[in-house]
Ligand binder design. Structure first.
Ligand code: DC
Length: 225
């Protein structure tokens, strides 16, 4: 029997961090669905496939192989057997991934794949449309949010730790621009599912958010046994 926890929300809401911690604490398989779109984007860049080349996109989708593995406690992403965990976070991929994720054939293919991955497993999946589209019947649906200002502050801190110097105002306006794009997108817009529980992490620490969501999951698990 599958058990699916869907964690959706905008960029910078802390989904990635929170999902990994909960997966580890609760022994759930963790799937970062953004990493699938990122791997496909990398493949398209490497093979010079343009966004409107439906023919080549179809061939790619029939042949591409994306896997998630855990190696020495680290989650790694394999694209046709090659470890691309770092490369899929680089600028070239960042700049193109949103457009790639809006190609309808690619979305349908990723959605099918995610459903196959979850089959028979206890899983926690983070993304944008997991509770609304991929698993409308997920056992637990969380919509993780925070104000744009708080998300910009978090990104500023991350950047400073990496030695990247971008002014706060620029980060904030980029976040507001992306939110607007994501929410008004014709293909799978970002929105809270009607039956999702909203967790606003603006004034919460990571352990507080983890504890709150784990309580919701445990409660649901205890109802299902
Ligand atoms: O979460 P992320 O930044 O790794 O996501 C990369 C891109 O993929 C982002 O532009 C949104 C898109 N995405 C999506 O459209 N649907 C998902 N379920 C996950 C990510």
């Amino acid at each position: 029997m599958s058990f699916v926890v869907a964690i959706d929300g905008p960029a910078g809401s802390g989904k990635g961090t929170i999902t990994k911690i909960i997966a580890k604490n609760m022994g759930l398989v963790c799937v970062d669905t953004g990493a699938m779109y990122r791997s496909i984007t990398l493949y398209m860049i490497r093979n010079n496939i343009s966004l409107d080349d439906k023919e080549k996109i179809k061939v790619m989708l029939d042949n591409i192989n994306i896997e998630f593995e855990k190696v020495q406690d680290q989650d790694i992403v394999l694209l046709d057997g090659e470890n691309v965990t770092k490369e899929i976070r680089e600028k070239a991929v960042n700049d193109l991934v949103s457009q790639v994720s809006h190609v309808i054939e690619i979305r349908e293919n990723v959605t099918d794949l995610l459903r196959k991955i979850a089959d028979g497993k206890k899983i926690i999946m983070e993304g944008r449309d997991i509770g609304t589209n991929v698993f409308p019947n997920a056992d637990v649906k969380i919509y993780l949010d925070a104000t744009p200002e708080e998300r910009a502050k978090r990104r500023l801190k991350q950047n400073q730790e990496k030695g990247i110097d971008i002014p706060f105002e620029e980060i904030l306006s980029n976040i507001i621009f992306r939110d607007n794009n994501d929410k008004t997108s014709k293909v799978a817009p970002l929105k809270q599912a009607e039956d999702a529980i909203l967790v606003d992490s603006t004034n919460m620490t990571i352990p507080e958010v983890v504890e709150k969501i784990e309580m919701i999951i445990k409660d649901k698990m205890s109802q299902e046994v």
